[in-house]
Write a protein that binds this ligand. Structure first.
Ligand code: HEC
Length: 466
């Protein structure tokens, strides 16, 4: 709340992160799985009894590695930088916490990232130019570096959901960095790592099917059949393990967060299923469809397998990834860093202070007093509610508050402010912090949005313009 608010009308800034992140996860997890796929496929080709077939495999693999290089090194890198911009603007306070806590984590991440980028370039440009055994070794270095990028980023991502008791115990007293490893190997670290590894391996198969689908089945039937079938096998292990890993992951999440799975929080489709539950169902249904489609269209009929089949599998994988990232995000509500910082940047241990002294005096950046172009109410709305709600688009407050009058809106905000332990909103909304005056100012502002005053009688024409 000490930073300016980044307003994205209708969509909400959270979705900017979301959209970039879904693409980034698709590509970067492919970089991990594909990192294993390339040297394993190369080794398989080198060991083939049928030398002719081995050579065809290698040729096809070289073209796959070009696609791989472009996708991961260009789109993976650009989307990764994009995430930094988006989180820095949307959650500056949380981004700062992540940087301060994990300085060396990030440093290691970027070292591996540089190794990854260098080796994939070397790998691609040295096909047929260096000793095949050395080439394969370059592939293994790439694979190792990319697995390490996952091992590190996973510590930071899972920390945001479950920072762990030890870290929470020292948070805010300046000793946080001393608990680096506790924060890193937090309760959801292992299930999350295995889940993401599984996803990475299946994404390697999904993307390999794209290039395999383009092999001309009339000219190279044996190559196409063996390549398609081998790639489909990369989908299998994760679909067997995924349900168990998801249960394990869920068991490591605090009970208060687990409750989000069974709570009917979506008022638009009020029902017993919460958004998280529905997303979990989407993951299961799309994953099962991927297996079905891959088995019947690819494994059973490899020669007929074409680009549009492969793209439909990719699209399903994109939906499953999106649903997965969305659920992880929802499961974390109302926090951006579990139990420590709410999504709007308010620290849990700062709530009492803000209630005593007021929200705006503590927010120099969103509120510069009388010089500001916002009313008090609007500034509070932007700072406290804007990270999750828009006025008229995603999770629209105009829609959610429709039909309520000023008194009713004020009651609702007071309820958010009191944050009683039995309030159903506690599960997914932070307390509204500030003084009684802040509550009133926010109610005035929201009331003016939801119940706009009727248009006044036409004013006399202005005689002069500024
Ligand atoms: C951590 C994210 C988050 C923040 C911050 C947040 N909300 Fe919400 N809010 C939600 C979610 C999630 C829902 C449920 C959305 C739905 O039902 O579609 C919700 C629902 C609501 C509803 C509808 C409740 C109902 O019973 O129908 C209102 C009104 C609301 N929020 C007001 C606010 C106000 C005012 C603020 C700022 C003081 C705020 N919210 C801050 C996440 C948040």
């Amino acid at each position: 709340m000490n930073y300016p608010f980044w307003e994205i009308p209708y969509l909400g800034s959270g979705w900017v992160i979301g959209i970039i992140a879904i693409f980034h996860v698709m590509i970067s997890q492919f970089a991990v799985g594909g990192g294993l796929y390339l040297p394993m496929a190369e080794r398989k080709a080198m060991r083939m009894g049928d030398k002719q077939m081995g050579a065809e495999w290698l040729k096809q693999l070289a073209s796959h590695s070009k696609f791989f290089l472009i996708l991961t090194a260009v789109f993976g890198t650009v989307s990764g930088v994009g995430i930094w911009f988006a989180i820095g603007l949307t959650h500056p306070e949380a981004t700062s916490t992540l940087i301060h806590n994990f300085v060396f984590g990030w440093a290691m991440e970027w070292v591996f990232f540089i190794v990854e980028l260098t080796t994939i370039a070397v790998y691609y440009y040295t096909w047929g130019r260096i000793d095949p055994k050395l080439h394969l070794k370059v592939g293994w270095v790439y694979a190792g570096a990319s697995v390490f990028t996952l091992i590190i980023i996973n510590g930071i991502l899972s920390f945001m959901l479950t920072p762990g008791d030890t870290w929470i115990g020292v948070a805010g007293n300046g000793q946080e960095a001393g608990k680096f490893w506790n924060a890193f190997f937090n309760p959801t670290y292992w299930p999350s790592l295995f889940l993401r590894t599984c996803v990475s391996i299946s994404l390697a198969g999904v993307w390999a099917l794209i290039t395999a689908s383009r092999i001309d089945g009339d000219k190279h039937p044996a190559l196409k059949e063996s390549k398609v079938k081998w790639s489909v096998q990369w989908l299998v292990p994760s679909f067997v393990a995924m349900p168990f890993l998801m249960i394990w992951y869920y068991m490591m999440v605090p009970a208060s967060q687990q409750a989000l799975l069974t709570l009917g929080i979506d008022t638009i489709n009020a029902g017993t299923f919460s958004a998280v539950t529905r997303m979990a169902l989407v993951i299961i249904v799309t994953s099962a469809t991927i297996v079905g489609v891959a088995y019947y269209l690819a494994y059973r009929n490899p020669l007929e397998f074409n680009l549009s089949h492969a793209l439909s599998i990719l699209l399903l994988a994109l939906i499953a990834t999106g649903a997965g990232e969305y659920s992880r995000e929802m499961l974390r509500k109302p926090f951006v860093i579990g139990r420590w910082m709410y999504s709007n940047g308010v620290r849990v241990n700062n709530v009492a202070h803000l209630n005593d002294t007021g929200y705006l005096p503590n927010s120099e950046w969103i509120w510069n007093g009388s010089a500001s172009s916002y009313s008090h109410g609007e500034a509070i709305f932007r700072g406290e509610c804007g990270s999750c709600h828009t006025l008229a688009g995603y999770r629209s407050l105009n829609a959610l508050l429709a039909g309520r009058d000023r008194a009713n809106i004020a009651n609702f905000i007071t309820m958010l402010h009191e944050h009683m332990s039995d309030s159903p909103y506690r599960r997914f909304m932070p307390p509204m912090v500030g003084t009684k005056q802040d509550v009133d100012d926010l109610a005035d502002y929201l009331n003016a949005q939801v119940n706009p005053p009727p248009p006044a009688a036409p004013k006399p024409l202005l005689t002069a313009h500024k």
